[in-house]
Design a binder for this molecule. Sequence first.
Ligand code: ADP
Ligand code: MG
Length: 766
Amino acid sequence: MVGTTTARSRAREAFSVVNSGQDLCPSSAPASNAGSECGGMEFTREDVDALLSEKPKSKNKFNYKERCENMQEYIKRLRLCIKWFQELEDSFLQEQDRLRNTLNYVQQRLDELEVSSKNKEEELSSIIVELRKNLASAQEKLTKEQADKLAAVDSLAKEREGRLNSERLQASFSEDLAKAQQELSSANQRILSINDMYKRLQEYNTSLQQYNCKLQSDLSTASESLKKSETDKATFVEELSALRGHHNSLKEQFASVKVSQDEAMKQKEVLSNEVVCLRGDLQQVRDERDRHRVQAEALTAEVDKYKEFTGKSCSELDHLTLKSNELEAKCLCQSEQIRTLQDKLIVAESRLEVSDLSALETRAESEEQKKLLSELQTRLADAEFKLIEGDKLRKKLHNTILELKGNIRVFCRVRPLLPDESSSEAKVISYPTSMEALGRGIDLAQNGQKYSFMFDKVFMPDSPQEDVFVEISQLVQSALDGYKVCIFAYGQTGSGKTYTMMGRPGHVDEKGLIPRSLEQIFQTKQSLQSQGWKYELQVSMLEIYNESIRDLLPSNRSSIDSTRTENGSAKQYAIKHDANGNTHVSDLTVVDVRSTREVSYLLNHAAHSRSVGKTQMNEHSSRSHFVFTLRISGVNESTEQQVQGVLNLIDLAGSERLSKSGSTGDRLKETQAINKSLSSLSDVIFALAKKEEHVPFRNSKLTYLLQPCLGGDSKTLMFVNLSPDPSSAGESLCSLRFAARVNACEIGVPRRQTSTRSLDSRLSYG
Ligand code: ADP
Ligand code: MG
């Protein structure tokens, strides 16, 4: 409590004033005229640090007036500073909006472009594919045609060769024929000449026969004349005898006749010889004629044969010519086809080139757009980073203000409607949208009346766990800096206390504040190692049911009965506070933890022990307080600093008003215990706020356990959980009223527990 007197003496505006409907907060003036208040001043981080670390200059400790004035002056400067940061934040937000809009616009355009280019590309590629297909088929056709053509050319060449052969054959045949015809004609001529000769010979023969006949007739006349002459001789002889006298003359006559007769005989012999000779000649001529005839006949037959042969080859030649003509025509036609196909191919190739070019163009365009997009994205990231930094600074400043105010902070969280709750009924909870109350105000309608409240923060039903954690992360951080931190979850059963603290089991996205806080602490612990900080973390978990403590962690001395100590005596769980404000609970299991894995194992164990208790002890999870405690001790070897922080996360018992009437036995005892502990919690808080001499910490186990964490040294935050169900409106109103009163409490300025006097460079605003 040392060092809090100055803080307590300060005049502060409590949230209760705000809640009662009066706006006393000058800092909520619109940003437009706030600029003049700041007077164009600018604050750097160093300024802020200097401002925050400023000490009161008053020389006289008891000159309250002067100190008060100094404080007011200080607060005024702080306000100016905050105003300036708020303006900065506004401008950041505007800038971000603008950037986001341009980015959206560009992205939209880019998307459109991308879509169109993709379409175009697809179209082109389909055309290309089609063209390629056409080309392939055309080429196939072409090759087929070419093969056909080659075959045709081959066959044509063969035909030509055949034709040439046949022509040659024909020529040789014609030659033969001509020769044969020549021979024939010569033979004919010879036949003619032979015939002529034959005729002449026949004529000669006939003339010879005539001559022969004449000769024979001459011979016969000669014989007759001979006979006559013989008769004449006889007559002559007679006459001779008779004319012997004329002998001489007659003798002479006779001799002359005899000479003529001899001459005739001689002539006859020559003629006979000549006939025989002629007969032989005739026979010869006849023989020759016969031979010639035979020869002529043979030649005619040969001619006939040649004639027949030539006819045949002629027809063959005709046939071949026809066929070759046909083939030539076909070849021509195929060449024509090939030419057209080649033309087509050229056209297709040119189209392909054109489409390739356009595809390249679109690609280049899209790349340009992508570049632009990435540029914009980096700019946006920059802006976002700046915004986040600004936001962080704002939060720190806000926290500092709150600390300076000394209030117990209150966050309100409304859970969503559960599937089995009807959403048809009129909404009882609404959220004001005015600048001032945005994110901080909550209105509740009951029996036709509207009740308005303002807290440090109001989380709407759709706020995820992550967003809730971000708001308390600074507070968690300050536990590492040596503060005592207490976070309560208050509300009726079913309003989301356990959900807020632990999360939904088995859903990593819906982890609660406890696991998230530990993750952050382990992370920061890691990063602070480079500055020479070494931390030891110890965890304990307990629940307070019917004013008695139950350990939720497995005892490291594995005793069989968890309710008994090693020596058999019942565990006492006696609470003791030492002079440094450190709390010890005897027999309570305290576990050193080094990783989030270990902590999640312990949390699972605790949840299990609590749920086991639930079945045994009639749903007592809603009738018991769950206290998670993390003790943090850090040593900086280089600066020889030491810090001792505590983080308490408490899931309180259901706050619903339980009627004592009708409750008997265990139930009555439970009801009394809860009423007692919750009312002593509020009694303690209000006594602290009123700065009463006696604070009734000892009235309940809970308040006594948390005594060092509830005093002015600590940082306290309360979540008030609400159910949106209309049937819970009454309880919600009670919770809100209680929370508003708590929020109005000033319990003092928190203090770090460090053991060196040197000023720590690490400032915590949590
Ligand atoms: P309490 O611990 O206050 O009795 P619980 O945390 O058990 O209430 O919540 C009651 C029910 O509402 C649980 O089923 C829980 O999962 C659900 N619930 C509470 N808060 C939320 C939230 N913010 N989002 C979604 N479900 C929630
Ligand atoms: Mg619960």
